[in-house]
Each structure stands twice: as structure tokens, then as C-alpha cells.
Design a binder for this molecule. Structure first.
Ligand SMILES: [Zn+2]
Length: 265
């Protein structure tokens, strides 16, 4: 949160309606780098410092109207998810952080207790001047699990998936629950299966709009698949030579499935 008045080279993460501004270079797409903002900063729009990108300060702000352009233009707006396919990984990841900071900024303008405007006191903290309560970006944890049964894995289609692919059982952590309890509960609720030998695999920020996915592997223990129909429309065990369409490379679901295909887990 500062004025962009000095002439330091920065990486700029410029957003409008969930889309990030990207520039075409000879080696592919990048976010804009430069001493000045690539698009005028609208009045009332806050420039947030969000860390560093390629050892340069990373900054983000919202614009009210999108930059027009397509693949034939020097720059264009791209959906954050789709930017994964064209941006270097570190730029995509920082764009995700930028999106979460902008989302938090938009949703924390007033103290929910006092109704007065909050003040930003650090890159990731705001404070109410009346009651002194502090507000940080809220991150919603969700678990995701690859369940193995012999030489097959459980793949499901959740009704909220964007596409026809089949992925892994996942769900949001509830208050009072450990991550492991959450995995067991979600698997039981959504599929009726008991699992064992739960192992941590890895995690991934999921800025849609502000989550983190925590990935596990597990083994089938008992039960017959009984889908929770409000959540899942399909689910079955699949062997490596019989896989349906699987999630895109973007997600930790795909990292888990790829690790299993390669025999690493
Ligand atoms: Zn307050």
C-alpha cells in the first residue's frame, strides 16, 4: 500500500474481474515489468506491495475497465486459471497471491463490528481504528486425497468441477477438525468408503478465490462406493490403462494422479 512514485523497476500484477494483464514477448507471455505502472492507476485504487518477482518488487492493483487485446496484441487480459498455461510458474503463483490480496482488500474495507473504515497497517494486515481488531487475508483450507485400491485409484466427478474430467475426493476443513479427520470424513460422506494409511503429499495455494489445497494419499480399507449425490455425479476405481479424462496440470489433483501414474506414490 504505497504510491508508485519512485522509478524502481517493478513487476506489475494488474487485475480486472479475475483477469490478469499479460504481455507478449519473444519467449512467450509475462506480466509487465517497468518503472511505471503499465496502465494508469484508477483514482481510489490501492497499489499493494506483495513481495518480489525475479528479485524485483511485485505490485498489484485493480483497474475498472479491462485492457482490450487478444493473442495478436502486445498485451491482453487473461483469466487467472488460464494464465497458468502461458505464464512462467513463478509469475502465475505471484498472480495468485496478488488476486488473493486484492480480494481481501475489497472485502475488508469496513470493520464488521463497528462499521467504520479499516486502515491497512502492513501488506497483509488491516486494523479498525475504533476497536483495534486486526484483519488478515482469510484462507480456506481444503483437503484432497488420492485413494489407492490394488492397481487402481478412485476418481470422481464432482458437480462443481469445471469440465467433464474426473478428479479426486476433496472438501473443506470444518472448525474443530484436524486435516486427517477431514479427509476421513469427506471420503466417508462423499463415497461411503473407509480408508487407511493416510500420508501427506503436498499442498498448493488455490486462489479461487482464497483457498489452499492440502493433498494426501490413502489406501482403500472397506466399504462399497455409495455416492453423495448432491456432491458427486460419478465415481469408480480406475487402473492406469483405463483412465478417463483427468484434471489439468494446474491442480494438485493432477500432480497426485501423475505421481501415481509414474509409480512414485
Ligand atoms: Zn471495529
Amino acid at each position: 500500500m504505497e504510491d508508485a512514485t519512485n522509478n524502481e523497476i517493478c513487476g506489475w500484477f494488474v487485475f480486472n474481474s479475475g483477469q490478469v494483464l499479460i504481455e507478449k514477448h519473444t519467449d512467450g507471455y509475462h506480466i509487465p515489468f517497468g518503472a511505471q505502472p503499465p496502465v494508469p492507476i484508477p483514482i481510489g485504487s490501492t497499489v499493494h506491495s506483495i513481495g518480489t518477482i525475479n528479485n524485483l518488487p511485485a505490485k498489484t492493483y485493480l483497474i475498472h475497465t479491462p485492457v482490450t487485446g487478444d493473442e495478436s496484441s502486445p498485451c491482453m487480459m487473461k483469466d487467472l486459471r488460464a494464465s497458468f498455461d502461458v505464464l512462467p510458474l513463478n509469475e502465475y503463483k505471484m498472480a495468485g497471491k496478488a488476486s488473493q490480496i486484492l480480494n481481501w482488500d475489497k472485502n475488508s474495507r469496513y470493520c464488521p463490528m463497528c462499521g467504520v473504515p479499516t486502515t491497512q497497517v502492513s501488506p497483509i494486515a488491516k486494523r479498525c481504528p475504533e476497536c483495534r481488531q486486526e484483519f488478515y487475508p482469510r484462507i480456506s483450507p481444503a483437503v484432497i486425497v488420492l485413494i489407492k485400491k490394488g492397481d487402481s485409484i478412485l476418481l470422481v466427478h464432482a458437480r462443481n468441477f469445471r469440465g467433464t474430467f474426473k478428479g479426486l475426493v476433496a472438501g473443506f476443513l470444518e472448525p474443530g477438525e484436524t486435516l486427517e479427520e477431514c479427509v476421513h470424513r469427506e471420503v466417508m460422506e462423499e463415497t461411503g468408503l473407509c480408508i487407511r494409511n493416510l500420508k501427506y503429499f503436498g499442498s498448493q495455494p488455490w486462489p479461487y478465490p482464497s483457498g489452499i489445497m492440502i493433498g494426501y494419499t490413502a489406501e482403500y480399507e472397506s466399504g462399497n462406493i455409495k455416492l453423495q449425490e448432491e456432491e458427486l455425479s460419478a465415481g469408480a476405481f480406475y487402473t492406469r490403462d483405463n483412465l478417463p479424462e483427468i484434471p489439468k496440470k494446474l491442480s494438485i489433483a493432477r500432480r497426485l494422479i501423475d505421481a501415481w501414474i509414474e509409480g512414485k506414490i
